[in-house]
Design a protein around this ligand. Structure first.
Ligand code: ZN
Ligand code: FE
Length: 254
């Protein structure tokens, strides 16, 4: 099987859609098209046609391009089976029990609810598309789930190999990192990463993809075991879910 090409497509103010191209099979999937125009332009630049549209969750900034792109390319829309009624133009629902097939590739689906109740991630080889559940140094807000639910979802992502590339739904990295530093200023991996992030953002360059390993080392939402974070929160002996919940609460008010 030949390697996939993955292209990042900036949309709206700070969203990322992605193109996943299988040259051998002649297939191109678009992940979370916020709006049609930048996605269409990126496809045309490469001479590709969208064959599939994949949605991680129903929010409009991830599905706004579904219907127009489906109309232009006759692309098939694939999204969370448990949220069919909220995915515009859905043709095929997927779940952990019902992984997706992209050409000759099996694409495992992870059910990672809490930002929305049916949020999913798609795993393509060594890359995971995490939508608004896991961000670089951050995680999504809990609109339709509890801290325990989000902790379980993040734990599923943490179980992927450290080298797994993470493609998330938004460029929130710099502000996430600033928050992370308030809880864990002594984390050298975090301070080193922030220098790189600040340099990239100063040139308007994306900070994506990240990796599972880098997130485990720097993302406070995955670092509930950190003594420094626990001390910052005043929760030295609390369990992981309580540490996570307090971290999420502080970020909501940051
Ligand atoms: Zn969202
Ligand atoms: Fe979003």
């Amino acid at each position: 099987m030949t390697a996939l090409s993955i292209e990042l497509v900036p949309c709206l103010k700070d969203n990322y859609a992605y193109l996943i191209h299988d040259a051998e099979a002649g297939l191109t999937a678009v992940v979370d098209p916020s709006e049609p125009e930048p996605v269409k332009a990126a496809l045309e630049r490469h001479g590709w046609r969208a064959t599939h549209i994949l949605n991680t969750h129903h929010h409009f900034d991830h599905t706004g391009g579904n219907l127009p792109l489906k109309e232009i390319y006759s692309a098939k829309v694939v999204g969370p089976e448990k949220d069919r009624e909220r995915i515009p133009g859905i043709d095929e629902g997927v779940s952990e029990a019902k992984p997706w097939q992209f050409g000759s590739r099996s694409v495992p689906v992870l059910e990672i609810p809490a930002h929305t109740r049916a949020h999913i991630a798609f795993v393509f080889d060594d890359a995971v598309f995490t939508g608004d559940t896991l961000f670089a140094m951050g995680c999504g807000r809990l609109f339709e789930g509890t801290p325990a639910m989000m902790w379980t979802s993040l734990s599923k992502l943490m179980a992927l190999p450290d080298a797994t590339k993470v493609y998330c739904g938004h460029e929130y990295t710099q502000s996430n990192g600033r928050f992370a530093l308030t809880l864990e200023p002594g984390n050298e991996a975090l301070t080193a990463r922030m220098r790189e992030v600040d340099a990239a953002r100063a040139m308007d360059a994306p900070t994506i993809p990240t990796t599972i390993g880098l997130e485990k080392a720097t993302n406070p939402f995955l670092r509930t075991g950190s003594a420094e974070i626990r001390k910052s929160l005043g929760l030295i002996h609390a369990d992981d879910v309580d540490v996570f919940a307090e971290t999420r609460k502080r970020k909501d008010n940051f």
